[in-house]
Design a binder for this molecule. Structure first.
Ligand code: PEP
Length: 243
């Protein structure tokens, strides 16, 4: 049986003024009992938005529980604020903050230590796709970023082609299917069928109301990680409805 769909919103560094209104509209009008919804606002908004009818997540955490790490936030602090999950290894963090697969793996362990679901992002650059290196790049990121203790309950994987994030460009459905099938098979090889079949595989990269349904129709796509379109309750709601 296919896992229950998950629609996750990545608000990035947005939402200061609009957060409460967006969340309230989402909860009032757009939730669907048939699928799970997660909203990941900036860390300062987590406590404000948690407990209002939709799961809230962070966008990053440190691998240590405490210490001299100015500007960082521990997974336990996200959990204290009410987070249930955390996005890790987003390509913007890999690019802007030099995050490596090894760092993402340590952060994933920290998330699990704090009881959070880790939403680990992997994806190829445009140069890698053009060079025919897409699956090799995904394989390396999966091997390096996902610790051995992964289960269907503690891990979600988001396939996010770097060149599709925030650009309005998306891979073809066949390209999405190829990568999702590959991720599922890789997980089966590593973790066995039971865990691997339950780990949800999200597609992320320019998902919007107009393309969500066809993307959700692709095998092994168990939902979406949505950036820009998650900032408007109506657009996010239409994506939830398409699931
Ligand atoms: C993202 O940042 O995770 C993302 C998928 O962004 P967008 O939907 O805006 O492409």
């Amino acid at each position: 049986m296919a896992p229950r769909k998950l629609i996750a919103g990545n608000w990035k560094m947005h939402g200061r003024a609009s957060s409460l209104a967006v969340l309230e509209t989402l909860v009032d009008k757009h939730l669907d009992p048939a699928c799970d919804v997660l909203v990941c606002p900036p860390a300062t908004l987590i406590a404000r938005l948690a407990g209002r009818g939709v799961d809230i997540g962070g966008q990053d955490c440190h691998w240590e529980e405490l210490g001299a790490h100015t500007g960082d936030i521990a997974a336990e602090m996200l959990a204290d604020a009410g987070a249930k999950a955390v996005i890790l290894g987003h390509s913007e963090r890999r690019a802007d903050h030099g995050e490596t697969d090894a760092m993402v793996a340590r952060k994933t362990l920290a998330a699990w230590r704090a009881g959070l679901v880790a939403v680990v992002c992997v994806g190829e650059t445009e140069a890698e796709r053009d060079a025919g290196q897409t699956l090799a790049s995904i394989a390396a990121q999966l091997a390096g970023s996902i610790p051995e203790e992964a289960t269907a309950e503690n891990l979600v994987i988001a396939y996010e082609p770097v060149w599709a994030i925030g650009t309005g460009r998306t891979p073809t459905l066949a390209q999405i299917g190829e990568v999702h099938d590959f991720i599922r098979e890789s997980l089966e090889t590593r973790f066995g069928n039971g865990a691997a079949r339950g780990i949800r595989l999200l597609y992320g990269g320019s998902v919007k109301p107009g393309n969500a349904a066809e993307i959700f129709g692709v095998d092994n796509v168990d939902g979406a990680l949505v950036g820009g379109a998650s900032l408007k309750a109506e657009d996010f709601g239409a994506i939830i409805a398409a699931a």
